[in-house]
Design a protein around this ligand. Structure first.
Ligand SMILES: Cc1cc2nc3c(=O)[nH]c(=O)nc-3n(C[C@H](O)[C@H](O)[C@H](O)COP(=O)(O)OP(=O)(O)OC[C@H]3O[C@@H](n4cnc5c(N)ncnc54)[C@H](O)[C@@H]3O)c2cc1C
Length: 378
């Protein structure tokens, strides 16, 4: 009998499946789609996530063509005032004292390839579930039925499993949407001190610059009163580039999109034999690039916990895991992301420039999630 069913073949579900498989747990993944998603979403892998993926043997697949980011830049475009934080300050705390920029669509195929053939069943969106004291039975949209001792909902923010298990969420929207512009221009040649991540400010707003393998992402907030069409217009893009990057305001733009940002948290991560991880459990603003990373940390800690439970460790371990992971979201992930979103543009560069080395280290530990990644591990 399958020990664990995983709903969803996103980065979290596949990490969980591989971490369980490596621990000798019989696992099957049920995925609604016909194939893995190739949507352009997460870009950033933080140090503890790199450690986890390296432990699973898949970081090697993200390395070719990826971007190692050693330094973060903050700069006022009006005064030229700047601050730089070298992530090398984390040497001694992690084997990977840097951020790695690579699209998440390169992680999921690497995870899939590392699993035994047939572990993932596509076209298998879960549409019903029932549980008793010995296991969970699910029915999929393709008519197939499956049974296992536990079911983990890693099915993203729409959270079908969460709904079927009767777990409520607390949800709210951020006040802005995000405009993302892609340019092939190497912004390092035009912004002094820029490595792979930069935050540019004027007195009233900010713009983020992320270096990806082939392009830079230029990320801007869309005012609540502006429509998506207005935000996507050439006139708006050029006005924002003239504001934050006047030296290259006419840069080629290869792609652009607008997306909404939400905050959500399941009120509990466990309902009997059903547990949640990843976007199904928590959602944050993309600022800081933490939500997928947190989901991968959910997966790694849950895999270790499930192994212990299957070995007879007792189901109280699952409650302890669920409470601990929910606590990191409530007390660290959401407040940390919100603080970055709410930071006053006018003071942020001066604040970062004034940090003493021990404060820089503390900031880098939090930004890299080193303090929360292993919370919940048994
Ligand atoms: C523009 C953008 C940029 C981002 N940047 C970052 C970043 O830099 N760093 C970061 O950490 N995070 C980032 N994120 C967040 C990140 O993309 C998500 O946190 C991540 O995809 C969550 O992974 P997941 O596996 O939990 O869910 P998903 O990736 O949503 O995968 C869920 C899977 O479940 C499947 N599914 C849905 N319903 C069912 C069902 N009923 N039955 C079975 N399967 C089902 C779906 O088809 C999907 O394949 C970004 C998000 C966006 C939109």
């Amino acid at each position: 009998m399958t020990d664990v069913l995983v709903a969803g073949a996103g980065p979290v579900g596949l990490t969980l499946a591989l971490a369980l498989h490596r621990r000798g747990v019989a696992v099957r993944v049920l995925e609604k789609r016909a194939e893995l998603s190739t949507a352009s979403r997460a870009s950033t892998f933080h140090p503890p996530t790199l450690e986890a993926l390296d432990e699973l043997g898949v970081f090697a697949a993200l390395r070719p063509g990826g971007v190692q980011v050693d330094r973060i830049l903050w700069r006022r475009v009006d005064s030229g005032e700047g601050a730089i934080l070298d992530l090398g300050i984390l040497k001694g705390e992690t084997r990977f004292p840097f951020r790695w920029h690579r699209e998440q669509q390169f992680l999921t195929p690497a995870l899939l390839a590392a699993l035994p053939a047939g572990t993932v069943r596509f076209h298998a969106g879960i549409s019903a579930l029932a549980q008793d004291e010995r296991g969970v039975a699910v029915t999929c949209e393709d008519g197939s039925t499956h049974r296992a001792r536990y079911l983990i909902g890693c099915d993203g923010s729409s959270g079908a499993v969460r709904g079927l298990a009767g777990i409520a969420t607390e949800t709210s929207d951020y006040a802005h949407r995000v405009l993302r512009l892609l340019t092939p221009l190497d912004l390092r040649d035009h912004v002094p001190g820029l490595d792979g991540l930069g935050y540019l400010y004027d007195a009233s707003g900010s713009c983020s610059l992320l270096r990806m393998p082939q392009v830079w992402r230029v990320i801007l907030r869309v005012p609540p009163t502006m429509t998506d069409d207005e935000a996507l217009s050439e006139g708006h893009a050029r006005a924002q580039l003239a504001r934050f990057l006047p030296q290259v305001g006419g840069m080629p733009i290869d792609g652009r999109d607008v997306y909404g940002v939400r905050k959500a948290m399941a009120v509990g991560y466990r309902a009997g034999r059903v547990l949640l991880a990843g976007d199904a459990a928590h959602l944050t603003n993309t600022r800081g690039g933490m939500n997928m990373n947190a989901g991968i940390h959910d997966a790694m800690t849950l895999a270790a916990t499930l192994r212990r439970v299957l070995d007879g460790g007792g189901e109280a371990l699952l409650d302890a895991w669920a409470d601990a992971r929910l606590g990191t979201v409530r007390n660290a992930l959401l407040p940390r992301t919100d603080a970055r979103v709410a930071a006053a543009p006018s003071g942020e560069v001066a604040r970062m420039a004034a940090l003493a080395p021990d404060q820089q280290r503390a900031w880098a530990r939090e930004a890299s999630m080193l303090d929360i990644a292993k919370v919940g591990a048994p």
